[in-house]
Write a protein that binds this ligand. Structure first.
Ligand code: BG6
Length: 264
């Protein structure tokens, strides 16, 4: 059985997507936020903080936040955009996949007034054999162009930072021991994340850049929604479109991200 069903994650309504090999992903309607991906070997691959709000009062800390239409504080709007704090609608769905949609109509009135563009955002989440696949599409449904940035701010679970290496973002293997926050522009290769929990291969199309982030001990202690040494147990590797792209009226931009389990 590879169907989808409704569930809860904390106080948030969510969609459970089961793949052909028994892998399961959970996506909350709040943010179209993937909060869990358990592969067929029973291993959780995605980090979510034990202190995260799970009631829609603020963005979820962990999972795969959808960043749109602004990256971080690079603009005058809401930090990392409004998509992660808006409630999306469940759209087309079937065996092993679900699509989520957000348009101007779903936005809180203040948010819609601050970003007055007719848009349609779709996120397709598909659970395949040892693979998680995202397709994010932004459509300009209005009559004038608008600029946007986008990212899938993926928090990957690792056992410890010290046992973790990232390949494919720079020359040679990259190691993180504490705070790290860097944008790699023009990523063209597969990225491989290796940790004591095995390896994941990350591929992206449409997203031109990748952000690698970990808050380290000091910044993590300052985050109200992260506890203790949790920063040791994730690394964010985010397919991103950092420099705003102008989308013409009627046009659609598509970004894709595939995460594959790599067996040695
Ligand atoms: O705390 P937020 O808004 O979820 O942002 C987390 C991090 O997101 C990353 O994408 C940024 O590069 C970091 O600078 C930022 O701290």
């Amino acid at each position: 059985m590879t169907a989808i069903s409704m569930t809860d994650f904390g106080a948030l309504p969510a969609v459970r997507i089961e793949g052909p090999d028994g892998a399961v992903a959970i996506v909350t309607l709040y943010g179209a936020h993937l909060v869990s991906w358990v592969t067929s070997d029973g291993q959780e691959r995605i980090f979510c903080s034990a202190k995260s709000s799970l009631d829609g009062s603020r963005a979820i800390r962990g999972g795969v936040p959808v960043i749109f239409p602004q990256f971080a504080a690079r603009g005058n709007g809401m930090r990392h955009g409004f998509a992660r704090v808006s409630t999306w609608r469940l759209g087309d769905n079937g065996d092993g996949f679900a699509e989520f949609t957000l348009t101007q109509a779903e936005l809180a009135p203040g948010v819609a007034a601050a970003w007055p563009h007719a848009f349609s955002l779709t996120l397709r989440v598909e659970v395949l054999l040892d693979e998680l696949r995202f397709v994010m599409a932004v459509r300009n449904a209005g009559t004038a162009p608008f600029p946007f940035s986008a990212a899938l701010h993926s928090y990957f679970m690792i056992d410890r930072l010290a046992y973790t290496a990232i390949d494919g973002v720079q020359e040679g293997e990259m190691l993180i021991t504490d705070k790290y926050d860097h944008i790699y522009f023009g990523v063209e290769r597969s990225i491989v994340l290796r940790s004591g929990m095995g390896a994941l291969r990350l591929d992206q199309q449409g997203f031109t850049d990748a952000v690698v982030w970990n808050p380290g001990a000091a910044d993590s202690a300052a985050l109200a929604d992260m506890e203790g040494d949790e920063y040791q147990h994730f690394v964010c590797i985010e397919p991103a479109l950092i420099e705003p792209v102008t989308l013409e009226a009627g046009a659609t931009w598509t970004g894709r991200h595939q995460i594959n389990v790599v067996y040695a």
